[in-house]
Each structure stands twice: as C-alpha cells, then as structure tokens.
Design a protein around this ligand. Structure first.
Ligand SMILES: CCC(=O)SCCNC(=O)CCNC(=O)[C@H](O)C(C)(C)COP(=O)(O)OP(=O)(O)OC[C@H]1O[C@@H](n2cnc3c(N)ncnc32)[C@H](O)[C@@H]1OP(=O)(O)O
Length: 316
C-alpha cells in the first residue's frame, strides 16, 4: 500500500507540474482530474466543461459501466447498436463520466471495453460528424483527455474487438493496454479514406505501441485487417479461437484478462500499472497529442472530408 501511495504522490507531483506550465491533459486521482478544467497546448486552450456542454447536444446511444466488485473487473459497453456502436457526442460525455468513476474505484484491477450486440465501434457517428464539422479540434481535445485518462487508469484494460473496429473505433482500442479480437472481427484505421487524420489520439499511441514505420503503414494504407491478419501484424494480443455469441465472447475475454493480468493482489496490480503510467508521463506525449489535434483540425470539415461523407463509403 505504501508503495502504491508513493507512486501516486510522485505521479500527482509530475501532473501538477504539467498543470503549472499550462499543459493540462494527464490525469490521476479525482482531485487532480477536477482541477484539470481546461486542456492547453502551446497554441490553444480548450475549456473542457464548455466542450462537454456542446457535445451533449449530439444525442443518441449511450455508454454503460458495470463494476464487478468480486472479480475487480469492470465492463464499459458502447451502446448504439443501430449504428454499429458509432460514437455520438453524448456517448463521448458518458465515457468521460465513467472514466471519472473508474478513477475512484479503488477495488478495481481490470477493465474490458466492449460494444453491444457483437460490434465494437464503427468510428464517429457520421450523423453526428456531419453536424459537428465546425468543432474538430474541440472534440479532439475532449477525446484526448478522456482516452489519456483511460490509458492511465490503474487498471489493466482490454478492448474486445467484435464485428467492426473502424476509424475512431480502432482508435479507441489503442487507448487500452491489450486488444482481444473475435475471429470474425475486422480492424482498420480508415480515417484517411474519410478525408481526415486521427482525431482521438491514435497516431500518438500507435507510434508508441508499434513504432513509427508500422504506425505510418497502418494510417496511410487504411487497410482493414481480419483477425488472422491483425494477429500476424501484432496488432492484437489474442484472437478468440472460434466465433461465439456476444456474451460468451465477453466471458472468454474477461477470463483471458483475469487469468493473465488480474490474477495477483489488487494493490500490487494497481501499483504495477501506476508505475508503467509514471514511466510514460512525458511532455513528449502531451506535445504529440497537441500536434495531432492541430493537424486533425486542418482537415476536419475540409473538402476531402465533405467529399468522403457524400460518397457514403463502406469499408468492406
Ligand atoms: C472519427 C473519424 C472516424 O471514425 S472515420 C470512420 C467513420 N466510420 C465509417 O466510415 C464507417 C462507415 N460504415 C461502413 O463502412 C459500414 O457500415 C460497415 C461498418 C463496413 C458495415 O457494413 P454493413 O455490415 O453492410 O452494415 P451497414 O452499412 O448496413 O450498417 C448498418 C447501419 O449502421 C450504420 N452505420 C455504420 N457505421 C456508421 C457510422 N460510423 N455512423 C453512423 N451510422 C453508421 C449504417 O448507416 C446502417 O444504418 P441503416 O441501417 O442504413 O440506417
């Protein structure tokens, strides 16, 4: 317990020093998260509560959170099944609120991020996207904050990829520590085909996960991978051996997480994850996300994106 406290204090001290220099992205305890009312970069400052109010106007779908006190494994479910769990503004806000709850959940050691009804997420909800073409950098700032806090939770997280994980859906999966894939699922960073760059932080995370060459290949090719191909490329950590029903695959995924990475003492497990996060709290991460946001803002709402939206592309 002392070790965990020491690490948390050190992390808070680093995060606080980032706040004092105007860099307000990273998170840890609720008290610090509450202090992070705005997210700043060298060139722009974003007011997260104001962005939140704006995003809430784009209703549709929900994100649910279930905490299992006994196993210490939480399940966060994307729920917009008619649109293959594409994310609306309201769902982004729900997710941010659930990350707040998970930051306070001291009994937890694991998290599964999943979509309902056998699909992970088909990216940004294109109905929402069409109405939010004026709001790219702000949305990106909100998502960067939420997904960095997800990545930095003291829980070992896994994305269960079923059905489609496309565009923003593929980005969400990179905010988890591990990826488990259903044998029939597909994953692709298809943003470039939609006339945009990554808006939810995946470029920064892909470079860190797989190195710059593979990140560049994934993002410029927009290739959509089967589970077998994704495993060969090292994009996913485990492929479920045969396709099961949604609930059975979720149970399998929880079992995989519990038996591999959540099988030791809770305090120690959280301390290990916090140490990993600590080693990753670099200014370079924050600056990379700020750059990613700026680049994204240059294309969001631009002619290439509008043409792609008009073309009603299916990423088969
Ligand atoms: C933030 C930046 C990004 O995320 S860029 C990536 C944005 N996402 C996309 O471009 C995905 C577009 N959708 C597709 O390619 C196809 O729907 C895929 C996922 C391949 C599934 O094809 P298929 O199995 O034939 O199903 P379908 O097209 O009939 O879809 C079922 C219903 O879901 C909808 N849907 C799907 N994706 C989205 C989305 N991202 N936003 C809003 N709605 C979406 C489809 O329109 C379809 O709805 P409906 O039944 O026609 O009313």
């Amino acid at each position: 317990m002392d070790l965990l406290k020491t690490i948390m204090v050190a992390v808070v001290s680093i995060v606080s020093s980032m706040f004092s220099t105007g860099v307000r992205l990273l998170r840890l305890p609720r008290s610090v998260a509450l202090a992070a009312r705005s997210l700043g970069s060298a060139s722009a400052t974003f007011n997260l509560p104001t962005i939140r109010q704006e995003l809430e106007k784009f209703q549709g779908g929900s994100v649910e959170l279930e905490l299992d006190e006994q196993s210490g494994i939480a399940v966060m479910t994307l729920n917009n099944p008619k649109r293959l769990n594409a994310l609306t503004g309201k769902m982004m806000v729900d997710m941010a609120d659930h990350i707040n709850s998970l930051e306070r959940w001291t009994a937890g050691k694991g998290l599964v991020l999943v979509g309902t009804s056998g699909n992970f997420c088909s990216g940004g909800d294109l109905t929402f996207v069409r109405k939010a073409l004026h709001y790219g950098e702000e949305m990106a700032a909100f998502q960067h904050n939420t997904l960095t806090r997800l990545l930095n939770l003291p829980l070992v997280s896994v994305a269960l990829l079923q059905g489609h994980a496309l565009g923003g859906g593929a980005e969400l999966s990179t905010a988890c520590d591990f990826r488990v894939m259903s044998s029939s699922a597909r994953i692709g960073f298809v943003q470039i085909k939609m006339g945009v760059t990554t808006g939810w932080g995946a470029t920064t995370r892909l470079v860190r996960l797989f190195g710059r060459q593979k990140a560049l290949a994934l993002l410029t090719s927009a290739r959509v991978f089967s589970a077998e191909e994704a495993a060969t490329e090292g994009l996913v950590d485990h492929v479920l051996s045969y396709a099961l029903q949604h609930e059975e695959e979720l149970a399998e995924c929880k079992k995989w997480l519990a038996s591999n990475y959540c099988c030791h003492d809770t305090d120690l497990s959280r301390a290990v994850k916090s140490s990993v996060v600590y080693s990753d709290l670099s200014r370079e991460l924050v600056e990379s996300l700020a750059n990613e946001r700026r680049v994204f803002g240059q294309f969001w709402g631009g002619p290439a994106q509008k043409a792609a939206l008009d073309a009603k592309i299916k990423h088969k």
